[in-house]
Structure formats: structure tokens, C-alpha cells
Ligand binder design. Structure first.
Ligand SMILES: *[C@@H]1O[C@H](CO)[C@@H](O)[C@H](O)[C@H]1NC(C)=O
Ligand SMILES: *[C@@H]1O[C@H](CO)[C@@H](O)[C@H](O)[C@H]1NC(C)=O
Length: 409
């Protein structure tokens, strides 16, 4: 935790140093103290600051991780109470529930859904800024970090979904996932198909299952190391993924230019992996995004994605042939069963997405019979993070999603 905050401050400091040199952006940051405050507030305080109600809920998983959920039960203008549709939002890799509220009311999806009459619940995966507790382990133990996104799908999602259903008294809830927030959904449905009965419909933003066609330079640079876990763990630090010099060296040259803002984004692991679209990223909001990401993940999450990239398959974690035999009873890790998904599923993808490429999304759509809609973001340059941070995300993506969701209410 300390380290995470420390790094965020360093990033902010670099931001200041750079903007002073470049001069042009100087005013933007100096004139809006609000923005700086937003960069340091947790989701609860951020949501309250903008006049929305927020609740914090603690959820225990079967394997004793303690997760923090954030709920926005109604809007600021639309304060309708009582029985209303419930939506669960699941963030992406290296991120947290903050993802849905970093952009201000009218822009962030959680606010938009609350005003549209939804009871909004946001999950936090084990290991991120808000889910770092366990009944008997702490984050200093490597045992705490012995999970991939498989465990997030198998333990965290069912625990949070059951909790929401119990708390609201509603039988079925909407699911909206972004990136890894979709991966964990496929994992859950494949390994615990009984959860099909608990979801109304699935909106997958930048869906990630097959990633053989990834265009992200960082993932391509790391891929050769995935066979050797030790190497990866050494490069990334022991258990938890945080930005460090080695990663910047690896991807830096190919990605970054001299411009101040670009340099700042290039020292942030999230942007290193996903890239960014300058036209749709509001520069004024950079400090807010950088203040909240990366929000922590286990190295295994990255290694597991690396394995998918290399194999072109959507399979469980590869522990090596002996470990696989012991764990799965087969020398190869078993594939996730996409036919087990029965929830009406809608995929939202973009042409310029480095991680969730059109080719891989097509493959997912072909193999998952539950996919009944596939929608392209109507903008050529739309990239991965634009699904949550783009200036025009509402117009380009969210309005359509809410139209689809409304058909089920
Ligand atoms: C960028 O963010 C600032 C602060 O929230 C806002 O005032 C401005 O309108 C945004 N710009 C665009 C193009 O959306
Ligand atoms: C995958 O799920 C479908 C639907 O539940 C089932 O019919 C099929 O047998 C499963 N396949 C495997 C390999 O488990």
C-alpha cells in the first residue's frame, strides 16, 4: 500500500516537472485544484464529493479473501428508490472500482447508470488497492499473491454476485465487464455454470478471452519469457505487479516520444500495456487517472495472459506438465468451456484496440453460442482504455449499452 501510494506521488511529481518544462499544459493543472483532489480521493470519497450516495460493502470469498465493493444506490438527480434493476460492474487488469467514477458525473459509467435508474455495484478483485485483506494472510506473504484471474473468476465474482443478490433481494442482475472484467466472467460461467441463472445479460467492453492477435508492444516484448516463471517474476518483482525501471526500459523505446504528456503516460504500466488515444483522452484528467492506476495485480495474472498470448488458446494456468498432471489430471491445462455461457452476451469492441483485437473478438463470438450481439465502436482510433476513459464514451458506447440493457428490464 505504502509503495503504491509512493509511486503514484512520484508519477504526479514527474507530471508537474514535465508540464513546467513544456509550459503549454501548465495552466490546466494549476487552475483546477479539484482535479488534484480527485487524484487522491478513494472511490467512496470521490463519489460523495460529486453529490452521489455511496456505500462500502465487505465481501468474504470461499478462500477467505476480503473484498471491498462500492455501491451507488441511486443518482443525484434521479433519486428513485425501491425495486429497481441492479447492475454489477467489474474493472480491468491493474485497475479498481475507481475506473467507473474517475471521469466526472455525465462521463463515468457508474454515474450514468445511476441516473438511468440502476442500483450500481462495483466489484474489486483480490490484490487491488481496495481488496488487500485476507482472514489469515497478508500482502507480505507470497501465499497471498498465489492467484491469477482464474481465482478472481472462480472465487471473487461468485462471492460478490451472491452478496449483491442477497442484499438487494433481486434474483438476477446485469453484468458489465471491461477487459479482464470480461475474462473473469467467462471463467466463472465455464467453471460454475449455475451462475447463468443469476445474470440478466452480459455487456462485454473490450472482451478478452483469446488474445493470440494482441498488438501491445509490451506483451509482445514479455512473451518470450512466459515459459520461465522465474524470469518473469524477477523482471516484475516478486509477487505483485508494479511499475519499475526494467519494464520501462523494455517497452520504452518503441512506444514513447519526447513529448511531456506522452512520457508521463509511458511510465505508467497500464498505458504501457494498453496504449492510448490522445484524441479521446482528456489531458486535464491525467492526474486523476494516474493517481488511481495501476491499482495492483498479482504477477500470475500477467503471466497467465502471457500464456494465452503464446498459445492462442483460452485455457487455465499452465503449471508445467508435471504440475498440470497433478492439478488437472492432464499434461496440458484444460480449456475454458465457452459453450457453458448461457447468459445473453453482447460484445463491444474497437478496431484500434491493441489487446482485444477484432480477430480475437470474432473467434470468441464464434465459439460462445451465447453471444447474440457484436458491436464495433464507431471511431477508427478507439483504443482499449477508451471504453472507460474516452471523452465521447457515452455517445459512442454507453448509450447503446443502456439501450440493450433496457430491453431486459
Ligand atoms: C476535460 O475535463 C475537464 C475537467 O473535468 C472538463 O472541464 C472538460 O470539459 C473536459 N474536456 C472535454 C473535451 O471533455
Ligand atoms: C461445455 O458446456 C456445455 C453446456 O453446458 C456442455 O454440454 C458440454 O458438455 C461442456 N463441454 C465440456 C468439454 O465440458
Amino acid at each position: 500500500m505504502m509503495r503504491l501510494r509512493h509511486i503514484s506521488f512520484v508519477v504526479l511529481a514527474i507530471l508537474y516537472a514535465n508540464t513546467n518544462v513544456s509550459g503549454q499544459e501548465e495552466d490546466i493543472y494549476k487552475t483546477d485544484p479539484n482535479i488534484l483532489e480527485d487524484a487522491s480521493l478513494d472511490p467512496f470519497s470521490l463519489i460523495r464529493k460529486y453529490g452521489y450516495p455511496c456505500e462500502i460493502h465487505r465481501v468474504y470469498t470461499e478462500d477467505q479473501y476480503i473484498l471491498e465493493m462500492h455501491r451507488v444506490p441511486h443518482g443525484r438527480e434521479n433519486t428513485t428508490q425501491g425495486p429497481k434493476p441492479v447492475v454489477f460492474l467489474m474493472h480491468g487488469l491493474l485497475s479498481s472500482s475507481a475506473e467507473w467514477v474517475l471521469m466526472q458525473p455525465g462521463k463515468g459509467l457508474a454515474y450514468i447508470l445511476a441516473e438511468a435508474g440502476y442500483d450500481v455495484w462495483m466489484g474489486n478483485a483480490r490484490g487491488n488497492t481496495y481488496s488487500r485483506l485476507h482472514v489469515s494472510l497478508n500482502t507480505k506473504f507470497s501465499a497471498f499473491w498465489r492467484f491469477s484471474w482464474h481465482e478472481i473468476g472462480y472465487y471473487d465474482l461468485p462471492a460478490m454476485i451472491d452478496y449483491v443478490i442477497k442484499e438487494t433481494g433481486i434474483d438476477k442482475i446485469h453484468y458489465v465487464g471491461f477487459s479482464q472484467g470480461t475474462t473473469v466472467f467467462w471463467v466463472m460461467m465455464s467453471t460454475r455454470p449455475e451462475y447463468n441463472e443469476k445474470i440478466v445479460a452480459m455487456q462485454a467492453l473490450a472482451p478478452v478471452a483469446y488474445i493470440g492477435n494482441v498488438r501491445s508492444p509490451l506483451i509482445k516484448a514479455l512473451a518470450p519469457f512466459t515459459n520461465s516463471l522465474e524470469t518473469i517474476f524477477k523482471i516484475l518483482g516478486t509477487n505483485e505487479v508494479l511499475p519499475n525501471g526494467k519494464i520501462n526500459e523494455l517497452a520504452g523505446q518503441s512506444l514513447c516520444t519526447e513529448e511531456a504528456i506522452t512520457q508521463v503516460l509511458c511510465t505508467n504500466l497500464l498505458f504501457l500495456i494498453c496504449g492510448f488515444n490522445e484524441e479521446q483522452l482528456n489531458a486535464t484528467m491525467f492526474p486523476v487517472v494516474l493517481g488511481h492506476t495501476p491499482a495492483g495485480a498479482s504477477t500470475r495474472q500477467l503471466v497467465h495472459f502471457g500464456q494465452l498470448y503464446k498459445s492462442g488458446k483460452f485455457v487455465q494456468f499452465d503449471h508445467g506438465w508435471l504440475g498440470n498432471k497433478r492439478r488437472y489430471g492432464s499434461f496440458k491445462p484444460p480449456p475454458y468451456n465457452l459453450s457453458a455461457i448461457r447468459v445473453p452476451t453482447f460484445l463491444h469492441y474497437a478496431d484500434n484496440d491493441w489487446l482485444s483485437t477484432p480477430k480475437d473478438v470474432d473467434k470468441l463470438a464464434k465459439e460462445a453460442p451465447a453471444v447474440i450481439g457484436k458491436y464495433r465502436a464507431p471511431l477508427d482510433k478507439f483504443n482499449h482504455l477508451d471504453f472507460v476513459f474516452a471523452i465521447d464514451a457515452k455517445k459512442l458506447i454507453y448509450d447503446r449499452i443502456m439501450n440493450i440493457m433496457a430491453r431486459f428490464n
